[in-house]
Design a protein around this ligand. Structure first.
Ligand SMILES: Nc1ncnc2c1ncn2[C@@H]1O[C@H](COP(=O)(O)OP(=O)(O)OP(=O)(O)O)[C@@H](O)[C@H]1O
Length: 296
């Protein structure tokens, strides 16, 4: 099922998992997302990468439907983000702990399954399935308070999987974990994608980009690029995503400085005089990374 070609991953209804257009969000009076447009194809792992404070969580919250946009819109599985039919189809793993430390792993899973309306054998089936899916069996009876960071992350993930979501949204699920545990978690994400789940995962660790089918690179509330890794490296001529990110930041910064200069300059007396030439001559490559969706 897992493929990185958006055309090939089109489901029978032909809709991507997520399609955002002109997504703009203000928080605390500041614009923190600025006109983001992108697509998340189904059955892929899409990484949302960028430095702390660039707007990753806000983007994920907008997809889940808990963050109201000021303009633009987000469609999820063919519905407006947050619509009632999505409640059982979208799983959300937040950055903040969302399971009870004073309950065991199984008690947590049974509690959340019941909260989702599962009863009797259906509830037990779901609990057994997720325990297996995220390899929780060996500490299923342990108190969550006594788990390691990686085990704790698995419990949060298991809760989000109880409903068998079509789209799983995860906010920095590997933050603070050692490389070995991160690798194990990414193996679980890979298995889920292979089985057809779409994963939208934020991270500020650029090397996690290698594990994603597609990337959304962000900076200061804007999308620098939406592309698969190879396309991104090909366009920038860089050898890794971190370097490509820095290249895009430099390009964006230079373009912003030129735009600010143009705004500050007195208006050109006549069209066609030197002040306009600079604008027209801005290299196409430089403009192409702003809020573009680069096909694979
Ligand atoms: N509740 C809030 N009220 C006002 N501003 C907020 C709120 N939450 C976040 N912000 C601001 O929105 C911007 C984007 O924050 P967001 O949490 O989306 O970034 P992030 O990329 O997920 O950061 P991190 O990697 O540190 O989690 C930041 O400037 C932040 O200060």
């Amino acid at each position: 099922m897992r493929q990185s070609d958006p055309g090939a991953t089109a489901p029978p209804d032909g809709l991507p998992a997520v399609a955002a257009y002109g997504l703009t969000v203000a928080r605390g009076g500041n614009e923190v997302l600025r006109g983001l447009s992108f697509v998340v194809p189904r059955g892929c792992i899409v990484g949302v990468l960028g430095p702390s404070g660039c707007g990753k969580t806000t983007l994920l919250r907008s997809v889940v439907g808990v963050q109201q946009p000021t303009s633009g819109h987000v469609q999820v599985l063919g519905h407006p983000a947050g619509a009632t039919p999505l409640r059982t189809r979208v799983g959300y793993v937040t950055q903040a702990p969302s399971v009870y430390a004073d309950l065991t792993v199984l008690e947590n899973l049974r509690y959340f399954a019941a909260a989702l309306g599962m009863r009797g054998w259906r509830r037990e089936d779901a609990v057994v399935r997720v325990v297996k899916e995220v390899d929780l069996a060996s500490y299923a009876d342990k108190l969550v308070a006594r788990l390691s960071g990686g085990q704790y992350s698995r419990v949060s993930l298991a809760v989000a999987l109880l409903n068998r979501p079509d789209l799983l949204v995860m906010d920095e699920p590997t933050v603070g974990l050692d490389p070995m545990v991160r690798r194990e978690l990414w193996a679980v994400f890979g298995r889920l994608a292979d089985e057809g789940t779409t994963l939208l995962v934020s991270s500020h660790v650029m090397d996690e980009a290698d594990r994603c089918d597609r990337l959304l690179l962000m900076r200061s509330g804007r999308l620098l690029a939406s592309a698969d890794r190879d396309t991104l490296l090909g366009h920038t001529g860089c050898v890794d995503v971190e370097e490509a990110f820095m290249r895009l930041v430099e390009t964006a910064t230079a373009a912003e400085a030129r735009a600010a200069q143009r705004r500050a300059a007195p208006p050109d007396p006549l069209p066609g005089l030197p002040g306009l030439v600079d604008q027209a001559a801005a290299p196409a490559a430089e403009r192409s990374f702003f809020a573009v969706d680069v096909p694979s």
